[in-house]
Design a protein. Structure first.
Length: 371
């Protein structure tokens, strides 16, 4: 049996991604063979192809972390049957028309969901849940700042925070994405179109709108812009910040955490390159300008930073299942289906990645194969 795969001979240049035909071996015991029908795109795919992702395999590899499709064969004592629709995750390898996967990384497609929705679900839903509930310990009514709120993780975070009746400020990179956040029920003064030089002022105004009775963000203090502020008074500032960007927006946001506030960092989109190759001079400059924290000051200010790379969960499958179980127990998956806003044919994977790089996407971008 053969399959089609998108192969990277080595990381470093998106132009090296080529469509190939490859033979499939015997199905290992305890595994499931899936005819892939949809593949979810993630920033990690681009970073891996460019060679900027620490988890990138050495040498040749197939990108992709999540997929959905139809079970065509099983081996050994597994819980799936041929013909069943399923969604799953893999530590690379999803850009393929067929793949073999350990059943522990596969779940039945929820009733009524499309295969594209299934491929759009696991990585970004897990990212948002882990950030908010495991690390952030979010509580009802807290004030939360969500960066890139119109993206896949951001939309999941907004839905989860809505369940907690939290007070939310949402940031986006361009005004064209504002309508999708308004459709999520946010007010205009809860949405920030980020501006590097004025981001501190923008945050102060958003906080004043969330908590109009406070005085810490009015008058001359707002004009301090991105300057470092002391820890927020007990009733001011954000309790929790979700950030997949880093870069110039980190410090002004971190400085507006209230005491015991938590800053959750799960990505560094600021390092995203828009070409097929890495602009190493620009990347090096951004690296040198990266945010720095004084851990001693963090003690006295009582503010914390936590960071994670979700792919480590692929090696902690029991914890992954625990997180998914908690999500299902809360009823979240029954209340919220992922937004698949952009779809490309499997043959158009390079074009899909370039579009994703552009920063124009909202919700999820998927590749689809003929059913």
């Amino acid at each position: 049996m053969t399959r089609q795969i998108w192969q990277m001979p080595r990381a470093g240049n998106l132009a090296r991604l080529t469509l190939q035909t490859a033979n499939m071996g015997d199905l290992p015991a305890g595994s499931v063979r899936v005819a892939v029908k949809a593949i979810g795109l993630n920033f990690a795919d681009i970073f891996a192809c460019l060679g900027l992702y620490s988890a990138t395999p050495t040498g040749s590899f197939i990108p992709g972390l999540e997929f959905a499709g139809e079970v065509v064969a099983v081996s050994g004592d597994v819980h799936f049957r041929p013909g069943q629709l399923a969604m799953g995750v893999t530590r690379f390898g999803a850009y393929a028309s067929m793949l073999d996967i350990d059943q522990r990384y596969l779940w039945p497609l929820p009733s009524g969901w499309s295969l594209a929705e299934g491929a759009a679900w696991p990585v970004q839903a897990l990212t948002a849940w882990y950030a908010l509930h495991e690390l952030g310990a979010v509580k009802p009514g807290q004030r939360v700042l969500v960066h890139s709120a119109a993206g896949g993780v951001g939309l999941h975070a907004l839905a989860m925070l809505r369940d907690q009746s939290c007070l939310v400020t949402a940031t986006i990179g361009n005004a064209a994405k504002k309508s999708i956040l308004l459709a999520q029920g946010l007010a205009a003064d809860q949405i920030i179109v980020r501006e590097k030089r004025r981001f501190g002022v923008q945050l102060d105004r958003a906080l004043a709108a969330l908590c109009p009775s406070t005085s810490a963000f009015s008058g001359s203090q707002s004009e301090q812009s991105n300057a470092r502020l002391p820890a927020m008074p007990d009733n001011d500032g954000y309790d929790l910040i979700l950030d997949g960007i880093a870069g110039p927006f980190f410090e002004p946001a971190f400085n507006r955490l209230r005491p015991a506030g938590r800053y959750i960092l799960f990505g560094a989109a600021n390092f995203m390159n828009t070409g097929s190759r890495v602009d190493w001079l620009k990347t090096a400059w951004r690296y040198l300008q990266r945010p720095r924290l004084d851990p001693v000051a963090m003690i006295s200010d009582n503010r914390s930073l936590m960071a994670f790379n979700l792919i480590w969960l692929w090696s902690a499958v029991d914890q992954m299942h625990s997180l998914l179980g908690a999500m299902d127990e809360s009823g979240y998956r029954n209340r919220y289906r992922p937004l698949v806003a952009h779809s490309f044919d499997f043959q158009e994977a390079p074009a899909a990645l370039r579009f994703f790089q552009s920063g124009q996407s909202v919700g999820k971008v998927v590749l689809q194969l003929s059913v």
